[in-house]
Design a protein around this ligand. Structure first.
Ligand SMILES: Nc1ncnc2c1ncn2[C@@H]1O[C@H](COP(=O)(O)OP(=O)(O)OP(=O)(O)O)[C@@H](O)[C@H]1O
Ligand SMILES: [Mg+2]
Length: 322
């Protein structure tokens, strides 16, 4: 297989003061044109892992181990200016809350122009590029939209504007961090369809972050399942859905609504809450919630073992002899 576009290896992220590990030994890769989903409960380390790729970790948090390679470049050794150039042009991100990316006191048209201007000189075509970017994401009456402020738009329309901003420079990799959780179901479906369509059209690579396995199942090629700062299982969507091997993945799947039961149960089948990553120690983080846990699971940490098609980090994988 060709070299991955993005390769994250043995990545750990910790607080700087009083070091506490938040993301522990995470490895995954994304190939050109491929979409990978990262799934996990709140606090499992999805956002921090994504922000580290953009060099945008919050103050007080740092990469404490590992490597991140993008298109042949080691991102962790890049200076701030090179990283700034990379953002938007090569990798861009859409956030859960569009107001994170949008400036509330600047007209939409100007904000998109600024994205272009931050990477190249504006010219007579720049305004047309802004119009086209907004049209592509389904904004009606584009000229009027360009003269509007973000608060004049609905939540769904603001997400569309943010997606236009993220796509205007045609990045190779788009990271979407739960961009639809705040929206109602119909609008959510429209936004998901829009992003999927743009990805296909551009043959763009994608990292989809979500806590809802059902949302990304049809949108990605492979899945990475995170738990308490670690990857517990990864593999192709087909493998994960038909042959889940980690008890946590299996629990996630059984909490998805079925065709006969449309009510969303969301993790009700797994009692308890995840341990904080820095409190896990040298054990399996899932052991306290796992009905298959043995002394082995409570006295040492399992490692992720397997292939790109399927890897699992568990001493007693589901479906194998226990
Ligand atoms: N700036 C920060 N300083 C210290 N700890 C942080 C900081 N940001 C996040 N954390 C901690 O790091 C861990 C991972 O956080 P992260 O935001 O990556 O989780 P997440 O999987 O994206 O969760 P969610 O689904 O709620 O968005 C959590 O325990 C969180 O409390
Ligand atoms: Mg998050």
């Amino acid at each position: 297989m060709s070299q991955p576009l993005l390769s994250v290896r043995d990545l750990s992220i910790s607080t700087v003061q009083d070091p506490r590990i938040l993301v522990n030994d995470v490895s995954f890769e994304i190939h050109a044109g491929e979409a990978v989903g990262v799934v996990g409960e709140s606090g499992s380390g999805k956002t921090l892992s994504a922000l580290s790729v953009l060099g945008l970790l919050p103050r007080g948090v740092e990469v404490s181990a590992g490597t991140i390679d993008f298109d042949g470049n080691n991102l962790l050794s890049m200076d701030q200016e090179s990283l700034r150039k990379l953002r938007g042009l090569d990798i861009s991100m859409v956030y859960q809350d569009p107001m994170t990316a949008l400036n509330p006191v600047m007209k939409i048209g100007k904000q998109l122009l600024e994205v272009i201007e931050s990477h190249e000189e504006l010219n007579e075509n720049s305004l047309d590029r802004v119009r086209q970017a907004l049209e592509e994401v389904g904004i009606p009456d584009v000229n009027r939209a360009m003269e509007s402020y973000p608060h004049e738009f609905s939540g769904g329309m603001r997400q569309r504007v943010m997606i236009a901003m993220a796509l205007i420079l045609s990045p190779k990799l788009l990271i979407a961090d739960e961009p639809t959780t705040a929206l109602d179901v119909t609008i959510q479906q429209q936004i998901l369809a829009l992003v999927a369509e743009e990805r296909q059209k551009r043959n763009m690579s994608m990292l989809w972050i979500t806590h809802d396995l059902g949302v990304v199942a049809n949108l990605v090629d492979r899945l990475v399942v995170m738990y308490a700062g670690r990857i517990v299982e990864s593999g192709s969507v087909k493998e994960i859905f038909t042959n889940p091997q980690h008890p946590y993945t299996s629990g996630l799947l059984s909490s998805l609504p079925t065709t006969t039961d449309k009510t969303r149960k969301r993790l009700t089948s797994i009692a308890g809450v995840p341990e904080k990553p820095w409190l896990v120690g040298n054990t399996c983080a899932f052991a306290p919630r796992c009905s298959f846990a043995t002394q082995e699971c409570r006295s040492q940490a399992p490692h992720l073992v397997g292939t790109l098609e399927k890897s699992v980090s568990c001493f007693h994988p589901v479906g194998r002899a226990r």
